[in-house]
Design a protein around this ligand. Sequence first.
Ligand SMILES: Cc1ncc(COP(=O)(O)O)c(C=O)c1O
Length: 429
Amino acid sequence: MNTQEILEKQQKYLWPSHLTYYKEPLPFARGEGMHLYDVEGNKYLDCFGGILTISVGHCHPKVTAALTRQIETLVHTSTLYPHENPVLLAEKLAELTPGKLQKSFFLNSGTEANEAAIMLAKQATGSQEVIALRHGYSGRSALTMTLCGQSGWRIGGTHVAGIKHAIAPYCYRCAFKLKYPDCGMACAKDIEELIRTTTSGRVAAFLAEPILGVGGYIVPPPEYYEIAVEIVRKYGGVFICDEVQTALGRTGKYWFGIEHWGVEPEIMTMAKGIANGSPLGVTIATPEIADSLQGLTISTFGGNPVSCAAALATLEVIQEESPPEHVHEVGDHLRQGLEELYKKYPIIGDVRGKGLMQAVEIVRDRDSKEPALDAVAALFEATRKMGLILGKGGLYGNALRIAPPLIATKDDMDQALEIFDYALAEVLD
Ligand SMILES: Cc1ncc(COP(=O)(O)O)c(C=O)c1O
């Protein structure tokens, strides 16, 4: 099918059909490594990796081989019957994750993983109230939409009771109009005030992303998590770390984003890049928390042998080809290039991120920080024309997200930076 035929059927048979970064939606036909090819055969350097799902590149031969082997052997039996793939994957995750995290429950998405995490935290603590973050994103079920701290993602005014949103550690647009480090970490300390004034005084959990992904790669200051989590524990809650975007080396140096902050969560969720594009979600918890579950819970497709085979192969490839040290090095290179562009183009208001998870905020000027949405739209058209795929995020939709597959090289990043430079020049012309 050509582009037009796909678009006509999309409009007629799919909803929502308007979610696209471009004036004209962009249907892809094929992917290989760092590259995507549209249905007309045009080639693109992929710096958004299927919204951070493609950890080790499109159609990595080792992942494809593992998937094929499993599909030819046994596709599914359900979680009622144990299978070696989920067991091996859970063992591997227990080895890699920080602290005492050990027991995994497999699902199909980040939304489900966060749902399970909240259920578990409520069971373990006997409390019902949950603290989430403004600017955070947690998924698309009623509960996880309520956890979101962005109005656009809370469709229909969704409201599940008992969720309170703390001020985000968003230094570039500090809600207190303070500057780090003179701020004294007011945002983290305000969580105590939030709990004491808006809850019963006992909370089940604090759910937060180490780097707020959909929020536009907001990176909390180094002290943030230690202060925030200590307060939450004081009021009986556990820390649920949402690593749906940040897990498995994405942020460089470490396997998990939260390791940059040196805090050990009681529960962690993962999805997206764990199986290189196959659907898989994980809620991993300490044995004490995991074993507190009462009653029955099941995910029919969760932890199916095929997705787990893909995840096992993906982990192996990350270890062999793009371990956290590689991501740190290439991410640093990308960051330096973005800092150079910051010096050149005043419409770049902020550069932030870790590893291969970097963002720039596009603003009218650095004093007003007003989001420049027309420039963002023009940048997307220009980069598309020049063969570069970027992501978008942030409450205002003005954060460009650059998150290529972890196998990206410095040369790939130089190419992306060069295109981005040309695009910025074209838009400002
Ligand atoms: C941090 C975070 N948590 C949860 C989710 C929800 O994951 P899914 O779309 O797989 O349900 C997302 C998706 O973007 C996410 O970025």
